[in-house]
Design a protein around this ligand. Structure first.
Ligand SMILES: *[C@@H]1O[C@H](CO)[C@@H](O)[C@H](O)[C@H]1NC(C)=O
Ligand SMILES: *[C@@H]1O[C@H](CO)[C@@H](O)[C@H](O)[C@H]1NC(C)=O
Ligand SMILES: *[C@@H]1O[C@H](CO)[C@@H](O)[C@H](O)[C@H]1NC(C)=O
Ligand SMILES: *[C@@H]1O[C@H](CO)[C@@H](O)[C@H](O)[C@H]1NC(C)=O
Ligand SMILES: *[C@@H]1O[C@H](CO)[C@@H](O)[C@H](O)[C@H]1NC(C)=O
Length: 424
């Protein structure tokens, strides 16, 4: 048994490397019971599509649909930026009203994780801005808008497709006629190239085509200057006293951020962590246990060279370990695995308090799942991951005497015991 546990981490390593911080999904049918898309405001899944504004007869509505996991756009250590591509098909119905009696459009946006529908953002603000934030350097948002209503305060004099950076006013745009294409399905492709910093959008209607309209647009932008490393991606739509029906029929997205570690010794450890993050909840718990066992084994090996690996098993684990220096590495690894973030060098004392503080804050706000690594995606078992993070926090709480032993920690990880309530 001991030999199996001893080999387990390497076994996992083999299977999980190499890894890249990439996200990829393809949704052709939006199930109402699926957890991969989050719906806010008036947006709902309906008959396999997303109905962006469910209450189309009400005034001043906002609907959002976002991908449930966060996406890493760039890495602050290596400054590497991701390429990404997304394709969606949607449908906008202006209900036979003449312009300007419909509106206000649909936007695909990238914004910081945790960004919420701003108050007073209906109508021309497209559910993403308001009078306070409509054009502010403090914003962190990039969007591609299909703007079906001309707001004279900030819009060009035509309905348009635009690319916006931190502002409700488009940085670049091309004329587009929403009512001309009303009821037709459009396929939209948005791509970003890290090497050329080219954010480009192109679209194609299934049946209608309006000769004077261009069907593509691009904008050069270094997303690292506008957005944080981790973002939420999704759609927003809004209405005023005038409305329209907007649905999303399918959506696919893929990004490929490949962070290669460079500095030898630590690179190995980081690689192990990054590799472990790829797997889902069960594997992670298993990996941690294996990691702890390996650590224990190593410790014992030092003290008692003559003892063989066979003597190591769970039962032998010393309860006192939990209060010594050892589990510091255990808890930091647990946090790192669950969040996919680095906290410094896991096996040493000098880890960065930033990660811990960040996770503590999320715990205090009841938002622990925001900490979860974007790569866990669909196989995310929220309860298990939350449990993993709580155990990590439990082990690092300021009062050493309240920290658990490894035995207690493992019991909680196995759901044999309830998670502790921690001070916030
Ligand atoms: C959602 O429900 C459908 C049937 O209504 C089922 O086939 C599918 O497996 C369910 N998906 C999830 C994630 O529960
Ligand atoms: C605009 O939204 C921000 C938050 O995003 C909020 O603090 C501010 O009060 C809002 N302004 C208005 C006029 O509602
Ligand atoms: C369409 O695109 C071409 C080439 O980029 C550009 O020269 C032209 O001004 C665009 N027309 C409109 C109406 O935006
Ligand atoms: C947009 O298309 C509609 C329907 O074809 C047409 O009546 C209207 O004049 C067009 N608007 C512009 C600005 O071309
Ligand atoms: C950006 O990408 C688009 C689409 O591939 C292309 O047409 C355009 O020339 C590119 N612009 C630059 C500046 O590279």
């Amino acid at each position: 048994m001991a030999t199996i546990f001893y080999k387990l981490p390497f076994f996992l390593l083999l299977f999980l490397l190499p890894s890249a911080n990439s996200v990829s999904f393809q949704i052709s049918h939006f199930e109402s019971n699926a957890s991969n898309i989050l719906y806010y405001g008036d947006a709902i899944p309906s008959v396999g599509a997303i109905e962006m504004i469910n209450k189309v007869n009400y005034v001043c509505r906002v609907g959002w649909a976002t991908y449930a996991n966060r996406v890493q756009l760039w890495d602050s250590i290596t400054k590497k930026l991701t390429n990404f591509a997304t394709h969606y098909s949607s449908f906008l119905y202006t209900q036979g009203s003449p312009a300007p009696k419909y509106g206000h459009g649909l936007a695909f946006f990238l914004a910081p994780v945790g960004f919420e529908i701003p108050p007073d953002s209906a109508g021309g603000f497209l559910g993403l801005f308001n009078t306070t934030t409509s054009d502010s350097r403090k914003n962190q948002i990039v969007l591609v808008e299909f703007d079906s209503y001309v707001n004279v305060e900030w819009d060009p004099s035509v309905e348009h497709v635009g690319i916006n950076k931190n502002s409700i006013a488009s940085a670049v745009y091309t004329p587009w006629n929403a009512s001309f294409h009303s009821g037709d399905t459009v396929d939209v492709w948005i791509t970003y190239s890290a090497s050329t910093k080219n954010l480009s959008v192109s679209w194609e209607y299934q049946t209608t085509s309006n000769a004077p309209e261009n069907t593509s647009l691009f904008y050069e932008i270094d997303l690292r200057e506008i957005l944080p490393e981790w973002v939420t991606v999704g759609f927003s739509a809004a209405t005023s006293q005038y409305g329209e029906r907007v649905t999303i029929k399918s959506w696919e997205f893929s990004s490929s951020l490949d962070i290669k570690e460079t500095n030898g010794k630590n690179a190995k450890k980081k690689k192990l962590l990054v590799g472990l993050t790829v797997s889902g909840g069960v594997l992670i718990a298993g990996a941690i246990i294996a990691f702890v066992i390996m650590w224990t084994w190593k410790g014992k090996e030092k003290k008692e060279e003559e003892e063989t690996a066979e003597t190591v098993n769970l039962a032998l684990m010393n309860d006192d370990l939990g209060r010594g220096a050892g589990p510091r590495s255990f808890e930091v690894v647990a946090l790192e695995i669950a969040t996919g973030r680095r906290s410094g060098y896991p096996m040493e004392e000098n880890f960065d308090v930033g990660l811990l503080q960040w996770v503590w804050n999320l715990y205090g706000r009841g938002d622990l799942l925001l900490a979860v690594d974007g790569k866990m995606e669909n196989d995310l078992d929220e309860k298990q991951v939350e449990c993993l993070i709580i155990v990590g926090l439990w082990c690092v709480q300021p009062d050493r005497n309240l920290r658990p032993s490894i035995r207690q920690a493992i019991r909680v990880l196995n759901f044999g015991a309830t998670t502790p309530n921690l001070p916030t």
